[in-house]
Design a protein around this ligand. Structure first.
Ligand code: KG4
Ligand code: ZN
Length: 358
């Protein structure tokens, strides 16, 4: 009998402010996962500057790829396919990865697999959980997205809800800036919250109801409203109003208490929404993904809620929650084995690529 050959994929991720490359074997084994972060550079400006991100990707990408190959102990001769994030994200940043992936695939006559960034985040869960197979429910919580989906099969999603305004990570970043923590907001709020009282200030938890939203208005009108939708802009405004009120009245406010109370409101919303859907759909497996999924308070609260509801809970290690290329290689593998080398030489960066679109 012919022995089944391993499939080695070289994957590239450059959708935002991390230049990343990885080598994965048969989807779930990570041979290398190199991430060059631009955080220090963007911290000077209080957030990601798209033009600087693109330039930095161009500068770093070749060495990051070489490092990924070296760490995996392979050369391009061993690679079976090239995978790359082609959307959503910053267009100039995405283009650097897409152009690089095309060049390598063309020169080496290898299949090119364009991967949806959010599909990558979901796939991060496969890496450390060999038993996890679709179908399962997943909450994807990142800087640009907040989605609740059913992963029906590899690469097949049913969207149950999404944010109607800000993404959860965006709210973390904006609130962090307002309370003087700066960029990147999420990890800083996570850390400082450990010193604060999560019930010092009761910020509002937006309840999204069937025919609209009880406390906030609907900002982006392009999709059907759902009772599983999220909304975080009202919470962000409530924090800003609280700070303004304190300033006007001369009242002292405590950074750790504001951070912890804000974080608790986000965590409650994310857990409540997810557990409502878990019960309604009767699912037995629930996963989280995306940068905010590395939040320590969220992980603890979600683990407790899942245990209470007798649902198996899956979450990636923090390094696989935030942007990385290994998750892109994992997502690409399932396209590869389906024979979907759909990406042609005209593969382009699509900044607003929707989940489920190709
Ligand atoms: O998934 P990701 O790396 O990039 C996007 O696809 O957006 O997510 C980045 C987001 C940022 O908003 C960051 O503040 C947030 O994830 N984040 C966190 C934590 N670590 C990163 N939010 C809360 N707690 C954390 N520990
Ligand atoms: Zn991401």
């Amino acid at each position: 009998m012919e022995e089944k050959k391993d499939v080695l994929i070289l994957s590239i991720e450059s959708s935002c402010d991390e230049t990343a490359a990885a080598v994965t074997r048969n989807g779930r084994t990570v041979l290398s996962n190199v991430i060059s972060s631009q955080i220090d550079l963007h911290t000077l400006f209080g957030g990601v500057v798209p033009e600087i991100a693109s330039r930095k990707h161009t500068e770093k990408i070749n060495s990051v790829i070489q490092m990924a190959l070296d760490k995996a102990g392979v050369t391009l001769d061993d690679i079976d396919a090239i995978a790359v994030t082609y959307g959503p994200g910053l267009v100039g940043a995405l283009l650097v990865g897409v152009a690089e992936a095309k060049a390598i695939a063309w020169a080496r006559k290898l299949p090119l697999i364009g991967v949806h960034h959010i599909e990558g985040h979901v796939s991060a869960n496969y890496i450390e959980h060999p038993d996890l197979e679709p179908p399962f429910m997943c909450e994807i919580i990142s800087g640009g997205h907040t989605h609740l989906v059913i992963v029906k099969d590899y690469g097949e999603f049913e969207i149950l809800g999404r944010t109607r305004d800000d993404a959860a990570g965006e709210a973390f970043d904006k609130v962090a800036r307002a309370i003087g923590l700066g960029y990147p907001g999420g990890p800083k709020i996570d850390k400082v919250s450990k010193e604060g009282d999560p019930h010092a200030i009761e910020f509002p938890r937006a309840k999204v109801v069937d025919k609209g939203i009880s406390t906030l208005t609907f900002a982006r009108g392009e999709h059907q409203m759902s009772p599983y939708d999220f909304s975080f802009s009202g919470l962000k405004s409530a924090v800003l109003n609280y700070l303004n009120k304190c300033q006007m009245t001369g009242e002292e406010w405590n950074q750790a208490d504001v951070a912890a109370s804000f974080q608790q409101a986000v965590v409650d919303t994310l857990v409540d929404n997810a557990m409502r859907a878990v019960k309604d759909y009767g699912v037995k497996k629930f996963a989280i993904a995306g940068g905010v999924a590395s939040n320590s308070a969220l992980r603890a609260a979600m683990a407790e809620a899942c245990a209470k509801n007798k649902v198996d809970f899956y979450y990636p290690s923090p390094i696989l929650c935030t942007d990385n290329a290994a998750m892109i290689g994992t997502a690409a593998y399932y396209e590869y084995i389906k024979g979907n080398y759909s990406s042609g030489w005209d593969l382009n960066a699509i900044p607003n690529l929707k989940l489920g679109e190709r």
